[in-house]
Design a protein around this ligand. Structure first.
Ligand SMILES: [Zn+2]
Length: 73
């Protein structure tokens, strides 16, 4: 199973579950504003997920992008 760790709570996530994790399930995202911000960041990550699907970046590089996008201030 291909996946990455959630940059917030470090849960292992299959790629097709990442979006719903940020929308609903991540225990580290607690306010509506934080959740909305995470969904916007997920939209940026999605571009990189498509690159990974095309074989242009490795899953490790996808993890780095996720950490960079979600943990940036
Ligand atoms: Zn999480």
């Amino acid at each position: 199973m291909t996946g990455i760790k959630c940059p917030h709570c470090r849960a292992s996530l299959a790629l097709d579950r990442i979006g719903v994790h940020f929308q609903k399930f991540c225990p580290a995202i607690q306010t509506p504003d934080a959740r909305e911000a995470s969904v916007k960041k997920f939209n940026r990550l999605y571009t990189h997920m498509q690159s990974h699907t095309r074989g242009e970046i490795t899953v490790e590089e996808l993890q780095e992008q996720a950490d960079r996008i979600f943990l940036a201030h």
